[in-house]
Write a protein that binds this ligand. Structure first.
Ligand SMILES: Cc1cc2nc3c(=O)[nH]c(=O)nc-3n(C[C@H](O)[C@H](O)[C@H](O)COP(=O)(O)OP(=O)(O)OC[C@H]3O[C@@H](n4cnc5c(N)ncnc54)[C@H](O)[C@@H]3O)c2cc1C
Length: 363
């Protein structure tokens, strides 16, 4: 149910953030009792994204309902292609991703919520106080500050999580991402092209191109604290357009932040009665930037943990339920320095496609 402000003073669970992690957490937490799901943006929310769904996301969501056909774009699937722009090396991998409209996907997720979840938009979590018995949450809604209590709070408020900051847990750095939606002046191949170029400078990580119907997303990722990313994005587009005349004029450009996971200490399941999930907890692939499968998988386990009956509390249950996700992320973190080094990228250009493909599948 969507409401303009919270209707109760106490909820079994409050979830901050209505992305995939927050929606799945709220869905499962509702088995225990009434849930308040607060979202700082207006609804339906919009998240800057490539809109590619990994098979892990599709496998997890299978139990919740059929993905509506009208969220899937043309081309329906895209293959990950490693593209070393300077050396003209292209390697098509076996990793296939479903190509969706992210806004419609997120909106569809909220339709799955049971009726005892109250979804309130334009409502921001400002602070929290965990007394050990319950959590008092300070919210800003309709220009007013209010307090609501809950047995458990789930922070699913993304890479710049306020919940995480209020807990005093070190915040992780964030990448700067820029996405241009460009008009297509001709067909491009059905790939998620991941492009490495050396000419943009050290602050530049990589670019990607994804066809989306009659437009394409040309996105770039810049390391934290990059100066003048807009100018760098202009330069990147000039280089790409010089060899790909199908990339027409920019229809819109958007900037966003994405989690820059660097160490296992960045992954924090929570503190006391407060759980952290999705990007807020550090659950996102540090190597590929793929985050939706981590969000749905960690979010559903956070919801299950608060709905469960662990005598030592939801956090202990959640920490145990997410052990496999944390070890998966730690494995990726170990590989990261090699993958990001100039040497690593050069080697990727020489090794057989089957190996690049296997490594990509694993990452
Ligand atoms: C440019 C870009 C492209 C990407 N492309 C892909 C892709 O193609 N495939 C993929 O799998 N992943 C992709 N990702 C990553 C993916 O989008 C995220 O990892 C995923 O959305 C994380 O889900 P989440 O639920 O943890 O957080 P989010 O989706 O970030 O949701 C957090 C929500 O919390 C809300 N919020 C924030 N603060 C508060 C507050 N104080 N109170 C209440 N609400 C609050 C926000 O408004 C937001 O709606 C991309 C990321 C970026 C930036």
């Amino acid at each position: 149910m969507t409401a303009s402000r919270p209707t109760h003073e106490h909820y079994t669970t409050i979830v901050a953030g209505s992305g995939p992690a927050g929606v799945l957490a709220a869905y499962h937490a509702a088995e225990k009792g009434p849930v308040l799901l607060v979202e700082s943006s207006s609804l339906p929310r919009y998240k800057s994204c490539g809109g590619m769904l990994h098979r892990h996301t599709l496998r997890t969501l299978k139990g919740y309902g059929e993905l509506p056909e009208d969220i899937i774009l043309d081309p329906r699937t895209v293959r990950f292609r490693y593209n070393d722009w300077d050396r003209k090396v292209l390697k098509v991998t076996s990793l296939e991703l479903l190509n969706v409209d992210r806004a419609r996907f997120d909106e569809w997720l909220t339709t799955l919520l049971p009726s005892n979840v109250e979804l309130v938009g334009e409502c921001s979590l400002r602070d929290l106080d965990d007394t050990g018995e319950s959590v008092t949450v300070s919210l800003r809604v309709g220009g007013e500050d209010i307090s609501v209590t809950c047995d458990n709070l789930i922070g699913a408020d993304g890479g710049r999580s306020q919940v995480r900051r209020s807990l005093g847990v070190a915040n992780t750095a964030t990448y700067v991402t820029l996405q241009d939606f460009v008009r297509l002046e001709g067909a491009i191949e059905p790939y998620f092209d991941c492009i490495y170029m050396r000419g943009i400078g050290d602050e530049y990580a990589y670019s990607y191109i994804i066809p989306k119907g009659d437009v394409a997303i040309v996105g770039s990722v810049y390391y934290p604290r990059t100066k003048h990313p807009w100018e760098k994005q202009d330069l990147t587009l000039d280089i790409l357009r010089s060899k790909m005349p199908q990339l027409g004029e920019t229809v819109s450009r958007e900037a966003a932040a994405a989690l820059h996971l660097r160490s296992r200490s960045d992954i924090v399941p929570g503190v006391g009665r407060v759980l952290l999930t999705g990007e807020a907890g550090g659950f996102m692939s540090p190597s590929s930037g793929e985050g939706i499968s981590y969000a749905v998988n960690s979010g559903r386990r956070a919801g299950m943990a608060v709905a469960g009956n662990n005598p030592n509390g939801a956090l202990e249950e959640y920490t145990s339920l997410t052990a496999d996700i944390r070890s998966n992320l730690c494995r990726k973190l170990r590989w990261l320095p090699v993958m990001e080094s100039g040497l690593g990228k050069m080697v990727a250009g020489f090794v057989p496609t089957s190996i690049v493909s296997a490594v990509t599948e694993g990452l």
